[in-house]
Design a protein. Structure first.
Length: 298
C-alpha cells in the first residue's frame, strides 16, 4: 500500500469514509496526524494480580468479567455507579461517586471483560476489595494475552482502543520512514533514538520497557519527542526575535558606569559573577537601538 504522510486516513486499511469522519473529531485527517496521535498512558498486562492477592493502599491491576452493574442513589442526593469484577480467585468492586448520564451503565455491562487499574481499598458494604474511579479498559476480541504493554489513546464515540491500535499499527506499517528534524549533534549528544524509532517505540513499546517510564513520559522515545517540541518552539521564537530585531527600532538609552553602580547599590547583597554578567547584558541591550527581548530568571 502506497501511503504518504499527506494521505487521507480514509485510504488506510480498516478506516474508510465513515471512520475517517469519526477520527476527524480528534483532529485526525491525514496519516501524519494519526502517527502523532500519541497514547495518554500504557496498560501493563505483565503485572495483573489475582483479586485474592490485592494489597490495600497499593495501585494494582486486575482482569476479570463484570458480574453485576448499576446505579446507587446517595443519601445526600446524586448517585454512584458500581460494578463487580470476578476472576478465578474472587470478586472486587469498582465505584464512581459522581455518575451523570447513562454512559457508565451503557459501557460496563454484565459479561464485559475488563482490566482495571487503581488504588486498592476495602468495601465494608460489599465485603470485598474496591477501586474508586479506576482506569478501565475493555478487553476486546483476541486482546486477552498477558505480557503486553498496550497503548491507551484518546478516543471519540464509535472507535474503541482495539480499533485505534489496529489503525495506528496499519499506518506505521505502511508509511515511509519518519524524517529527522533535529540537528544530528543534538541527537548524538543526548543519546536520542531517531525520530522514526522514537515514534514507533511510543506506539509499540518493547515488552522489556519499564511501564513507569512510559506512563511518566520519561522513556528515551518520549524524551526525544519532548525535546523536539521544545526545540521547535525555541527555534520559532528565535526567528520571531530575529525579525523583530531587524524591523523594529527601539529606544536607545545612555547607560553609564554610574548607572550600573547605582543599580548595584540597591541590592543588600553582593551579586554573583553570573548575576553581574546578566546585569551587563541587560545594560548592553538597553544601549542598543533594537528592542530587548529577555527573560531574567533567578
Amino acid at each position: 500500500m502506497n501511503i504518504r504522510f499527506e494521505s487521507e486516513v480514509q485510504f488506510l486499511k480498516g478506516v474508510g469514509p465513515r471512520r475517517a469522519q469519526q477520527l476527524a473529531k480528534l483532529g485526525i485527517k491525514k496519516v501524519g496526524d494519526l502517527i502523532f496521535h500519541f497514547p495518554v498512558r500504557y496498560e501493563d498486562r505483565r503485572d495483573i494480580q489475582p483479586i485474592e492477592k490485592l494489597e490495600i493502599g497499593r495501585t494494582q491491576t486486575v482482569r476479570g468479567s463484570i458480574t453485576s452493574a448499576g446505579y446507587i442513589n446517595r443519601r445526600r442526593g446524586g448517585r454512584m455507579f458500581r460494578f463487580l469484577i470476578k476472576d478465578e480467585t474472587g470478586v472486587m468492586s469498582c465505584l464512581w461517586f459522581s455518575a451523570r448520564g447513562d454512559y457508565l451503565a451503557g459501557t460496563y455491562r454484565p459479561g464485559v471483560n475488563v482490566i482495571a487499574t487503581g488504588r486498592i481499598s476495602y468495601s465494608r458494604y460489599q465485603s470485598c476489595f474496591e477501586m474508586a474511579h479506576p482506569d478501565i479498559s475493555i478487553v476486546e476480541g483476541d486482546e486477552t494475552a498477558l505480557g503486553l504493554l498496550l497503548p491507551v489513546y484518546p478516543l471519540t464515540e464509535g472507535i474503541g482502543q482495539k480499533q485505534m491500535r489496529k489503525i495506528i499499527a496499519s499506518a506505521l506499517e505502511n508509511c515511509p520512514p519518519i524524517p529527522e528534524i533535529l540537528p544530528e549533534q543534538a541527537t548524538s549528544r543526548f543519546g536520542f533514538p531517531s525520530r522514526d524509532a522514537a515514534v514507533r517505540q511510543i506506539h509499540l513499546p518493547d515488552e522489556k520497557t519499564d511501564s513507569a517510564l512510559l506512563n511518566g513520559f520519561a522513556s528515551p522515545a518520549h524524551r526525544k519527542m519532548i525535546f523536539e517540541e521544545f526545540f521547535l518552539l525555541e527555534s520559532a521564537m528565535a526567528i520571531i526575535r530575529s525579525r523583530n530585531t531587524e524591523k523594529v527600532k527601539g529606544v536607545k538609552l545612555r547607560i553609564t558606569k554610574e548607572h550600573v553602580k547605582k543599580a548595584l547599590s540597591l541590592f543588600p547583597f553582593q551579586l554573583t559573577p553570573d548575576q553581574r554578567n546578566a546585569l551587563n547584558e541587560i545594560a548592553r541591550d538597553l544601549k542598543s537601538e533594537h528592542p530587548m527581548n529577555r527573560l531574567l530568571q533567578g
